[in-house]
Unconditional design. Structure first.
Length: 146
């Protein structure tokens, strides 16, 4: 007799594998935005049930991978928050700050029901700090001799 695997465990492993592959394939922050000194990503979760969820913050520096996909904080959810397109667009445009909200599209097992939509709201803020380049020293301008 074959026993089936727990679907929750499979979903968690699939999610981890997807995140790992995406991070490996992502370009570095230095390649995505050469002028960036750092990028700070802040995530705040809002549950409709009033549960207190801890905010998360990440800092990326030029050698880090420019990967902006984050798992849902619920352990029994298979959802991901994909900020990749939004973050890269903001980096390429040189936007100092980008904000928005996403809803989790994953499913959870709760209230004795399997596969219910998670729908956890996540507010995000992406802040870009540009590298300060030293300004060239101003030299006195002299008239050229004929």
């Amino acid at each position: 007799m074959r026993l089936s695997r727990n679907k929750k465990v499979v979903a968690v492993w699939d999610r981890r594998d997807e995140l790992r592959k995406g991070r490996v394939a992502a370009e570095t922050l230095r390649a995505a935005c050469p002028e960036a000194a750092s990028v700070r990503v802040e995530l705040e979760f809002r549950s409709g049930t009033g549960e207190a969820l801890v905010p998360q913050a990440f800092a990326l520096f030029p050698p880090a991978k420019a990967h902006f996909v984050y798992p849902c904080p619920y352990g029994d959810c298979c959802g991901l928050y994909d900020l990749q397109a939004v973050a890269l667009q903001a980096l390429h445009a040189g936007q100092r700050r980008t904000r928005g909200t996403l809803k989790c599209v994953g499913t959870r097992s709760r209230d004795r029901t399997i596969g219910r939509p998670c729908e956890l709201q996540m507010g995000y803020s992406i802040t870009l700090t540009m590298e300060r380049r030293p300004q060239a020293e101003k030299l006195p301008v002299t008239a050229a001799e004929p």
